[in-house]
Design a protein around this ligand. Sequence first.
Ligand SMILES: NC(=O)c1ccc[n+]([C@@H]2O[C@H](COP(=O)([O-])OP(=O)(O)OC[C@H]3O[C@@H](n4cnc5c(N)ncnc54)[C@H](O)[C@@H]3O)[C@@H](O)[C@H]2O)c1
Length: 249
Amino acid sequence: MRQLGRSAFVTGGASGIGAATARRLAAEGARVAVADQDEAGARTVAAEIDGIALHVDVAVGASVRACVALALEELGRIDVLVNNAGTDRFAFFVDTDEDLWDHVLGVNLRGVLAVTHAVLPGMQAQGGGAIVNVASEAGRVGSQGSATYSAAKAGVIGFTKAIARESARYRVRSNAVAPGPIETPLLNGFAERHGELGRRLKQGMVDATAMGRSGAPEEVAAAIAYLASDDASYVTGQTLNVSGGLSMW
Ligand SMILES: NC(=O)c1ccc[n+]([C@@H]2O[C@H](COP(=O)([O-])OP(=O)(O)OC[C@H]3O[C@@H](n4cnc5c(N)ncnc54)[C@H](O)[C@@H]3O)[C@@H](O)[C@H]2O)c1
């Protein structure tokens, strides 16, 4: 049996990929802190898996630092960090403004930096850990109506590599997954809010996959659990596409 760390911290764990990941890591034996801005959702998932529910807004440094401090009090240490919280606001780039850029970059990119900055010193001090960042195929191939989101996710991929290089000597690995279209409220919210255009964009993403279908959150959670486990002990700085073959590099 492969080994996961004893304790895991999952951002955005109240819904979608994050909730599936919290469940999967718990099923593989980890005590999981489910951190989310949706407190009720985090409590529901945490209750299912005998985990810990924590409030966090990853875009706000003080909130992140307080949340990680609480997690460390409860868990003692963090062996696995899953930077999964994310958001998007669909709009063609010419129709966006600085508020949208700040919001989308703040959650998807700065949020990953802030949480990693709060967790990594402990991992380095304890001499090991695994970080898995949830990027996106949008950060590899670009996504229409999601230019800022695509930029943020490409940033996450670069950050993942730099942290892998900086932290290997502390036995901390840093990897990312790049999901394609996954059936979650984030993806389906586009279709709901933008009607026919949203549905066409979703279908376009599905058609771009080699497998011709969207994915389930559990399929991403399985890849995250692999990268977090010692089955991936010689894997760092990588981005694993979990996208039914949307891109193949
Ligand atoms: N669903 C997809 O098709 C898809 C594709 C590629 C990448 N992703 C990425 O997967 C990750 C999870 O998304 P999902 O599809 O499960 O969406 P989701 O909307 O189901 O879940 C996202 C979770 O993040 C939380 N969150 C959002 N902003 C936050 C903040 N500022 N602080 C704390 N928590 C916050 C939400 O409350 C929610 O619980 C995101 O990073 C997303 O960009 C999703």
